[in-house]
Structure formats: C-alpha cells, structure tokens
Design a binder for this molecule. Sequence first.
Ligand SMILES: [Zn+2]
Length: 263
Amino acid sequence: MTDTTAGPPASPAAPHADLSAPPADVNAPHPDRTEPHDDRLAGRLNWLRAAVLGANDGIVSVGGLVVGVAGATAARGTLLTAGVAGLVSGAVSMALGEYVSVSSQRDTERAALEMERRELAETPEEELDELTAIYLGRGLSPRTARTVAEELTARDALAAHADAELGIRLDDLTRPGQAAVASAASFTVGALLPVLAVVLPPPAVRVPATFVAVLIALALTGATGARLGRARVSTAVARVVIGGAIGLAVTYAIGRLVGTATG
Ligand SMILES: [Zn+2]
C-alpha cells in the first residue's frame, strides 16, 4: 500500500519533468498576468463579468429609453416616471431571465448527478474504469491514472465523477436565486446613471448630458469587460461607445418623430 502510493507519483513524475524539457517552459504561461488557475478565481471572474454585463444592459436600455422620451417631452416628471419604470421593469426582467436560465442549468446538473449516483451504486467497477480512462485521456500513465481513480473513488466517488466527467463541483452548484438578485442589482446600478443624468441637469443640457454620461459609463464597463475577458481594451471600448452613440441617436430621433406626430 505504501509502495503504490509512494511509487507512482515519484517515478512517472520525474521522467515527465525531464522529457518536457526546461521547467521554465512549463512555468512560462503561468505567472503571466491573472490566469484564472483555480476554479474559485474563475468563478469569481464569471460573477464579475456577469455584473459588468448587467450594468451595461441597464446603462444602454434605460439610457435609450430616457433619451427617447426626452426627444418627445421636456417634462421632468414624465422623464423620471419613464426612467424609473424602465429601471424596474428591466431589473425584473433580468432577474426572471437569470432565474429561469440558471434553474434549468441546475436541473440539468442535478439530473446528471442523480444518474451518476445510480451508476456508481449499480456498476462501481465500470465507473472506476471510466474514471481511470478519463485520467488516461488527460495524459497520466495507466498506473498513475488507476491510482488516482482509486484514491478519488475511495474518498468521495460521486464528487470525483462529478468533477472529472461532468465538470460540476458538488459544493458549488449554481444558485438561481443568487444569480437573479445579482443581475437585477447590477442592472439597477447601471440604469440609475441615465435616470439621474436626464433628471438632474437643467432642461437645455439634459440630452447632451445624458449622452455624455452614458457614453463614459459604457466606455468604463466596456474596458472592464475587456480586461476580465482579456480582450483588447481599445477595440472593446470603441465598439461599445460607437454602438451606444448610434443607439442613443436613433432612439432620440424616433422619440422626436413620435413626439411631433402625436403631440
Ligand atoms: Zn461516472
């Protein structure tokens, strides 16, 4: 027993390290910036990205809404009502959408886990072979793969299969309620900006002030999103600012048209 545990990690690991040549090569991609190594960090980055996207949605959709209404009316009360209604309905729709999509994802995860649990109870030998095959496929030697599979199975077979086969962590199942609240909250934060920008300044500069505030905010969320996704910041910012400017201009023009036609 001591032989098998001490043996495999020592012997296959050493020749591998030698074969894959300079250890510097192995280390090279690692220290570079903030590579999300462990799943926790990756999870946190996903959350952050979702929050940035939610805020972005709030800025764009409520920004367009208040600018469109401002094209038709100068009444501050109407602008405030429209902005708040847009904020609330947008937040509710984000929450519902997120809840539904995350719930169905969780149902899928649960069904897969249930099936895995049944297979482990009914055909444990096949499941052990399956796990061994997965680690073989990931590049371990047959002996090491077998040892890894056996040790993981002995510790927590379901967790081992969930992780290796399904990519699910048992202690980290998706939570629909949390996701719903988070996306509604980030939308609300984003939406507050155009509402304040259209309501606070004097009527003459209302629309330009909202344009500027919205475009600056979009540049910030665009830059943050690009950072998190490790994309080129300047390209992302240009895309989101130009897209936002066109969107605002179009809704403002349509608001003006409708305002003139109806009133
Ligand atoms: Zn399995």
